[in-house]
Design a protein around this ligand. Sequence first.
Ligand code: EPZ
Length: 422
Amino acid sequence: MQKIVIRGGARLRGEVRVSGSKNAALPILASSLLAVGRSIYRNVPPLGDVRTMGRLLGKLGAELSSSPGGAGVTVVDTSHITELEAPYDLVKTMRASVVVLGPLVARYGQARVSLPGGCAIGARPIDQHLKGLQAMGARIELANGYVTARARRLRGASILFDVVTVTGTENLMMAGALARGRTTLENAAREPEVEELARVLNKMGAKIRGAGTPLITIEGVDELHPIEHTIIPDRIEAGTLLVAAAITRGNVLVRDCLPEHLDAVLSKLRATGTDVTAEADGIRVRGRGELEPADISTQPFPGFPTDMQAQFMVLMTRATGQSVLSETIFENRYMHVPELQRMGADIAVEGRTAIVRGPSRLTGATVMATDLRASACLVLAGLIAHGTTEIRRIYHLDRGYDRLDRKLRLLGAHVRRAQGGP
Ligand code: EPZ
């Protein structure tokens, strides 16, 4: 099994390009099931989760081909969908597989999907997805760890989400696109990835308004067609690279990212005293010696993203003073804290609140990644720690980051991959 080894202390310098968005690519690849034929997607990031989605679509009968060497072009041919089941073995490795549920029941009248179950960061139920499909006339059956949804044709419905859910909004937007009549989604997620999916569906012939706002309206159509599309950059990868520059007191231009997707992150970075400037083709960060503490509370977009909480926490270990972090989205998203404490961080967790006191002098250690964003946080800690840090279980990192170690090395970090360790 691979691990990452980092010798801390380098100041990052130079330019780095952000890859395509994982959380946009996954539902977009699933949306290909709504049409029959060849869809062509560009800027598809070469990630573990994207490969899992590819395997799932392949299992359903789609034919996939990707350009060699990760050049980011993926062709999905859905002319011969023969299976309507997303099996446990795939869904357990990536709970986002649930986004095939809406397209399959909408296009083929039936879908059987393994229930994702809980994950490291929380219980993560899909009750809102199922409530919405039921309101659209689907018969829902839960048995043997699977959900089966059946409907000759879905019908439009008014759906009010009890909680803001990203993939829930995406699943029901895709279902509504082929339903008979109008669907409205209230208290919908406003994430850029939701807006991007609506852009893709409208290109396929759907009639969706209001994506990016809390109220989405969908006029169902009878048919959708395959398209060509270039996927947006990954705002969480961009945020992670911006924090890497700030935490190492570096000077880095993060290219191809969209500032409007990162407002909450940029304003918190500025609040720490970090110099952040938008330039023609990206965002430049010039790190400062002293960092101010900053409190954050994770919220649905446009609030501060939960997927940046862990990265920001390690930045706050360098700030002079106390920062209070509140994780309001997931009930168990502090798995990185014990590892940071082992490196010398002063962090106290009380329920969903974490109090970070700094500045702490982190020292290199052997640490274990527990989930995707926790692994990114440990990489950032390794960049500033005195001595060498070894991060185990980096398969978590590769699920959602496109060769992060290589990008950091190009910016001057002393980071490499090695074999070994459980
Ligand atoms: C998406 O997950 C992202 N994943 C997550 O990114 C991200 O953390 C999350 O949104 C929040 O921004 C993808 O887009 C593939 P939710 P999702 O449904 O859609 C509760 C990463 O690191 N809820 O918005 O699964 C749920 O338990 C990943 O890239 C219900 O109660 O998250 C949570 O507390 C991690 N019932 C909250 O809502 C439901 O039916 C938000 O979850 C659905 C959700």
